[in-house]
Design a protein around this ligand. Structure first.
Ligand code: AMP
Ligand code: MG
Length: 343
């Protein structure tokens, strides 16, 4: 199929440029659109035939449920049982990069929840995403707009590299400001559980909810045969074609010596903090050592760039565990299939 390309600069777009895309969603088609987290691949979340097309286009396993995106917090309540904990989180962090898993009212297309009795809801803050949802008049079911298993798209060109000719439209809204998928927190009778860390950090969730458990699969590989709380938490995910190794060192000097040596082999790609290895064509700076928000914005693009430039192996620093570091570590462990190099 011929994919329609739409330019929508989030600072200065004319909502009319999204009219066709709203119609595509209403008619059961697929539109890739920018959000503050990563690009989403959207379909009408009440149309099961349309939602099934998402799984087909991405090659996504049928048992991995999707997030329902709404234009407002109030709209979530028609599809999910929203309690006071949800509204407290919504007051603090919505619209924004937070997804909440709640009991489902059974109103969305069955494929959205992959047979679960819970549903994941989110209200993005990105103006293009909000306008698209408003125009379509439906909640938009959307996972990340990449081939399943690959790094998530943070630029429209990442979406076209994976899905051009396969989906109806791609809206280019520039770079995503967070760069990692939304935080997912589940609320049920057992309390609050962090299923996936993201731009709304664990510390931020705790500041509102008091107590938040962390699902074991956030930082550990899933036990063979165990059923993860979030079906998307696979052993390998977000992965570049070249094997990625996470480098862990107890000093910056050791880390930069390792990266310097690794960069001498042109078949290696080195993703490192600014200045940790001399700048050359196979060395990619991910930002200042202490700026994890910048690392998050750049990570998925750099993994794709290293692949495009033909790297045979990729080395990157193991992130810390607090703040945004937890989300980085969660994604990078999976992108590396848990390969860690201790110095
Ligand atoms: P993606 O948007 O591609 O990052 O995928 C959405 C993520 O949300 C997946 O990892 C799912 O496992 C998770 N998710 C969606 N719905 C639920 C749910 N009802 N319960 C737990 N996790 C969910
Ligand atoms: Mg995804």
């Amino acid at each position: 199929m011929k994919t329609l390309f739409i330019n929508a600069d989030p600072e200065a777009f004319n909502p009319e440029c999204l009219t066709d895309c709203g119609e595509i969603i209403k008619c059961g088609g697929l539109v890739a659109f920018p959000t503050e987290t990563v690009y989403g691949l959207g379909a009408d979340g009440t149309n099961d035939v349309a939602v099934k097309k998402i799984f087909e286009a991405k090659g996504r396993p049928q048992n991995n449920p999707l997030i329902l995106h709404f234009a407002s917090v109030e709209d979530c309540a028609a599809f999910a049982e929203c309690d006071e904990r949800f509204f407290a989180l919504a007051d603090a962090f919505m619209p924004g990069p937070l997804t909440v898993v709640l009991p489902s009212k059974g109103k969305c297309a069955p494929s959205v929840t992959a047979g679960l009795d819970s549903v994941a809801v989110r209200v993005p803050i990105h103006p293009v995403a909000r306008e698209l949802i408003r125009l379509s008049g439906k909640p938009i079911a959307a996972p990340s707009a990449n081939i399943s298993g690959k790094p998530s798209p943070t630029l429209a060109e990442h979406v076209s590299a994976d899905l051009d000719g396969v989906i109806d439209a791609i809206i280019d809204g520039g770079a995503c400001s967070v760069g990692l998928e939304s935080t997912i927190v589940k609320l049920d009778e057992n309390g609050a559980t962090l299923l996936r860390p993201g731009g709304i950090t664990l510390e931020m969730l705790i500041s509102v909810l008091g107590d938040v458990a962390v699902a074991p699969e956030v930082l550990a590989p899933p036990e063979p045969g165990a059923v993860p709380l979030s079906p998307g938490m696979l052993l390998k995910h977000y992965a570049p074609n070249a094997p990625l190794y996470l480098v862990r060192a107890d000093s910056d000097v050791k880390m930069s010596e390792f990266f310097f040596e690794a960069s001498k082999d042109a078949e290696n790609a080195v993703i490192c903090f600014d200045g940790f290895a001399p700048k050359q064509s196979n060395v990619y700076y991910i930002g200042d050592k202490n700026d994890e928000f910048e690392h998050a914005r750049r990570l998925f693009d750099l993994l794709r760039v290293a692949d495009t430039n033909g790297a045979k192996r990729i080395y990157a620093p193991m992130p810390k565990r607090d703040g945004m570091g937890l989300a980085l570590q969660n994604r990078m462990l999976r992108a590396a299939a848990f390969r860690i190099k201790d110095l």
